[in-house]
Design a protein around this ligand. Sequence first.
Ligand code: BES
Ligand code: MN
Ligand code: ZN
Length: 501
Amino acid sequence: MEFSIKNTSAAKELSDCIIVGVYESHQLSVAAQAIDLASNGFISKVIERGDMDGKLEATLLLHDVPGLICERVQLVGLGKAEDFTEKQYCKAVKASVKALEKSGASHVTSFLAELPVKALGIRRKVAYLTEATLDATYKFDAIKRKEVKSAPKKAITQLTIHVELSSEKQQAEAGLSDAQALAAGVSLAKDLGNLPPNVCTPTYLATQALLLAKTYNFKVEVLEREALQKLGMGSFLGVSQGSEEPPKFIVMHYLKGKKQQKPVVLVGKGITFDTGGISLKPGSEMDEMKYDMCGAASVLGTFKAIAAMDLPLNVIGVIPTCENMPDGRAVRPGDVLTSMSGLTIEVLNTDAEGRLILCDALTYAERFEPSAVVDIATLTGACVIALGHHATGLFSNNDALAQELLQAGETALDRAWHMPMWDDYQPLLDSNFADMANIGGRAAGSITAACFLSRFAKKYHWAHLDIAGTAWKSGKEKGGTGRPVPLLTEFLVARANQSNS
Ligand code: BES
Ligand code: MN
Ligand code: ZN
């Protein structure tokens, strides 16, 4: 989709469709008023007849409105003016583009960026609008047969975003390119998640990292089994040993900040398929365990976004990736693994494999003397029970870092919720035969998983994002969400602004 910024009048706009907002109080937005005036009260009449109640996400497509050059006008309900925040704004934008997908309009002009949204400036509003549009029009049909590709009648190919003042154009352009960079990252994360597990293997993820690095000119290393053995990553290798697919350990070096600036390290869980291993998962919905690499996908997506923005910051990405399969060589319940840190782990359940691959990656991260380490993982079903599908679970050994991430999530509309990680929970991981067990029992499952990781993250400020409930949707709308790429990107952008101010 092509985007442009323009400052024209609604009545004179020449495109296939113009989008204007209407509040629940029947109050018209500025552009809707202009159209109403040009059309001799046509819009007011439609509203009086009760065909558009202004409720949030309601849409109505009007044709051949008198007095206008444009063939179509789409009215979008905005809900109550006093409740109209970023969230409602994005919902209205999404409802509008979704409804237009079924129309014949391909060049569309949106007048929604003129709407007052709290005290937001034009840059943010254009960024939200662009991002919401690209999120809503995302399609995954890379592997459908050509003839059955879900082609809408006529997709929106051009979106012109109207700004009220020509002095706003520069800021609007900046918002547009921020959002396009972010959307490219979100879309990559969705694609990687959606790909089938026989395509998106550890090797495939490594190839994707190398491709990104080539496109944006940064360095990537891919460590193979032998190198991992030398490093002593017994825990990661233990998980991978039941699979025919070779494990990969991907390290991305995006170093575009000041030379002496300590890097932020992002660590992503990259289980490309989680059968549970010998502690085999039940069959129903097991296909969704292809999404168990969404932490890795979010790291790749975030790298794409910040690289497209050319963000001046030092960021390292670390992705341990393998499959968790049952096999004659697979790790058994009762096996003890020796992690890279030297700590030994009794594997009481082979399905708690995420923490086993992450702990070695966390130890590896020490070598970068990071300013912060954030791991991202579809780690526990328990997190879904605790928070559902709205918030990502956030755990941290540093409150300031936790606050930064929470704030980034609020700004990016990709929220996290701070969970406790008190020492009281640590004894649940006691083992009679090793330094720790890999599970802590049924109670507080997402917390004991975080407690396990915290034992390997003592040397730096660290946060853990459990995205088990937020990385993908199930059911009819099954698909990757690209979360938490918006949160992570916003977090890094804020860090870059800080370090350069
Ligand atoms: N990848 C799963 C977590 C998961 C399950 C995410 C379902 C989203 C939906 C993880 O590897 C896992 O299997 N965790 C176990 C841990 C348990 C054995 C302690 C879980 O949550 O059941
Ligand atoms: Mn598992
Ligand atoms: Zn898993």
